[in-house]
Design a protein around this ligand. Structure first.
Ligand code: ADP
Ligand code: MG
Length: 263
C-alpha cells in the first residue's frame, strides 16, 4: 500500500485497534478488573491468537472488540472508526460485519445448514435466490457442499463448526472473532478446522482473531499475544513472569487476610 492509499482510507491497514482498554465488572460491591489497559493493533489479513488461562479476560476482550459490550474506559477503533462514539443502530451495523464463531457453534436447530448460513445475508438486500446461491458457495468453501439440507443435529461437532464458519463468512466480515472455536471438538477434527481457518486466511485474506487457552491452537496462527490478568504481553517470557507475579500477589493477599484477627 502506498502513502496515498493510506491517506484516502484513513486507517491504513489496521482493521482493529484498542487503546488502554479497561473493563471493570461490579460483583455486588466488589470490583472485578477484567481488562486493565489493553493495547492491541491488528492489521488486515492477520491470523492472530490471544492465548491465556481461564479467567484472564479473553471473553471480556472479545465482547469489547466485537461491539457486544462497552468498555469502562479506553478506545476501540474498527477500521479507524471509534465505536465508543456510536449509537445503538451504528453499533448493530458494526456487529453485522464481525464474523463471530463460538465454542458451542450457536446454530439454529430448526433451520437447515444452508439456511443458517443465509441468515446474516437477510439484512443485505439480496434476493432470496442470490442469498441461497451465496450460502451454497460458502458451504462449499468450508467443505460441506454435500450437507446443505442437514439440520445441525444431523451433523458432527466439527461439521457444525464448519457451518458456523460459513455463516461468519456470509457476514462479509471485517474480521472474524473466534472464542475457543475448537474447545468442544476432538483433537483430529480440531486440526482440520484449524487448517480450514488457515486456508481461509491465506487464500481469501480473511482476518482472523482466535481466542484460546490452548497453546496447540495458538501454534497454528501467525502471531500470538498473551493475556494474563487483564493485560496483554507480546512474548511468552513476559507472560510467564506476569503470571508468576500475579500468583505472588494473590498469595500475599491471602496471607494478609489470614493475619487479620477475627473480631
Ligand atoms: P476468560 O474468558 O479468559 O476465561 P473472562 O473474560 O470470562 O475470562 O473473565 C475475566 C474476569 O472477569 C474473571 O475474573 C471473571 O470472573 C470476571 N467476569 C467476567 N464476566 C463477568 C461479569 N459479567 N460480571 C462479573 N465478573 C465477570
Ligand atoms: Mg472465556
Amino acid at each position: 500500500m502506498n502513502s496515498t492509499e493510506r491517506e484516502v482510507s484513513g486507517f491504513g491497514n489496521v482493521v482493529l485497534e484498542t487503546r488502554d482498554l479497561k473493563k471493570i465488572y461490579l460483583q455486588g460491591k466488589v470490583e472485578v478488573h477484567a481488562l486493565r489497559g489493553v493495547n492491541l493493533t491488528i492489521e488486515k489479513g492477520e491470523l492472530i491468537s490471544i492465548l491465556g488461562p481461564s479467567g484472564s479476560g479473553k471473553s471480556t476482550l472479545l465482547n469489547m472488540i466485537g461491539a457486544l459490550d462497552r468498555p469502562t474506559s479506553g478506545t476501540i477503533l474498527i477500521e479507524g472508526q471509534d465505536i465508543g462514539l456510536m449509537n445503538k443502530n451504528q453499533l448493530a451495523e458494526v456487529r453485522q460485519h464481525v464474523g463471530f464463531v463460538f465454542q458451542y457453534f450457536n446454530l439454529i436447530g430448526r433451520l437447515s445448514a444452508v439456511q443458517n448460513v443465509e441468515l446474516p445475508m437477510t439484512v443485505k438486500g439480496l434476493s432470496a435466490s442470490e442469498r441461497k446461491q451465496k450460502a451454497i458457495e460458502f458451504m462449499n468453501r468450508v467443505g460441506l457442499g454435500d450437507r446443505i439440507t442437514h439440520r445441525p443435529s444431523e451433523l458432527s461437532g466439527g461439521q457444525q463448526q464448519r457451518v458456523a464458519i460459513a455463516r461468519a463468512l456470509a457476514q462479509d466480515p471485517k474480521f472474524m472473532l473466534m472464542d475457543e472455536p475448537t474447545g468442544n471438538i476432538d483433537t483430529r477434527t480440531r486440526d482440520e478446522i484449524l487448517k480450514l481457518i488457515k486456508q481461509l486466511n491465506e487464500e481469501h485474506n480473511v482476518t482472523v482473531v482466535i481466542i484460546t487457552h490452548d497453546a496447540m491452537v495458538a501454534k497454528f496462527t501467525n502471531r500470538t499475544v498473551y493475556i494474563v490478568d487483564g493485560l496483554l504481553y507480546s512474548t511468552q517470557e513476559e507472560a510467564a513472569e506476569a503470571e508468576q507475579n500475579t500468583r505472588i500477589a494473590v498469595d500475599e493477599r491471602a496471607n494478609g487476610r489470614e493475619e487479620v484477627p477475627a473480631e
